[in-house]
Design a protein around this ligand. Structure first.
Ligand code: ADP
Ligand code: MG
Length: 212
């Protein structure tokens, strides 16, 4: 294997995605290297969420190839996507079970990550008893707790109270320094990008264009 391949975390090659007659993008290319943090900007409806779903293998492109070289993926969906019949603690702990944690250790680690998101005391609340912003923070804790090598962020800070945004982002950045995950962060709001962003692209019908 050549050196380039070992450094590669994710590659999009000539992707096209259409829904019936609607073409979201075509000829989209990207190579994400390990530990690289990429920001993707674009107004609503351009296909940002769809691009992340393609990266995670949840949606198929209509053309092109993806290669992912990440053991574990963390995904902060645009909506929290929590299981309503599990507590905040167990929503996070459940994500850890496939990675080999026992239930007791998974809950211990889940509590740690909920604490980091300012949710101490809310571990046993169900999603229905938490605000939208709190559920969003549970979903961020869930994505970070699995120690992902690739982190997919879909407007993760948009639903948070403005006074919480900066602190949640700072905590996420601190975790990223430790885990050295590569990141694709899509958002319509440039000011929400991480301070440690390495490259910024704009999503267009012709793919990812460097810059804002
Ligand atoms: P963004 O995240 O940039 O707002 P999305 O990826 O959510 O954009 O959606 C882009 C476009 O694709 C929208 O017009 C949306 O209606 C359409 N779309 C997304 N998912 C589907 C789907 N499953 N079926 C049909 N159209 C879809
Ligand atoms: Mg979206």
């Amino acid at each position: 294997m050549n050196k380039g391949m070992n450094k590669m975390l994710l590659e999009f090659y000539n992707l096209e995605k259409r829904y019936n007659a609607q073409i979201l993008f075509t000829g989209l290319n990207l190579t994400l290297e390990k530990q690289e943090i990429i920001g993707v900007l674009g107004p609503s409806g351009k296909g940002k969420s769809t691009l992340l779903k393609i990266a995670a293998g949840l949606v198929r492109p209509t053309k092109g190839k993806i290669r992912v070289n990440a053991g574990c993926i963390g995904y902060v969906f645009q909506e929290p996507r929590l299981l309503p019949w599990y507590s905040a603690l167990d929503n996070v702990a459940l994500a850890l079970l496939p990675t080999g944690y026992t239930i007791a250790l998974a809950r211990q680690r889940a509590k740690l990550f909920l604490d980091q998101m300012g949710l101490s005391g809310f571990e046993n609340h169900y999603p229905g008893a938490l605000s939208g912003g709190m559920n969003q923070r549970v979903s961020i804790a869930r994505a970070l707790a699995v120690s992902p090598k690739l982190l997919l962020l879909d407007e993760p800070f948009t639903g948070l109270d403005p006074d919480l945004r900066a602190s949640v982002r700072a905590r996420m950045e601190a975790v990223l320094v430790r885990t050295r995950a590569g990141v694709i962060h899509v958002t319509h709001a440039k000011e929400e990008l991480m301070t440690s962003t390495n490259r910024i692209f704009t999503l267009t019908a012709q793919g990812l264009i460097p810059g804002e």
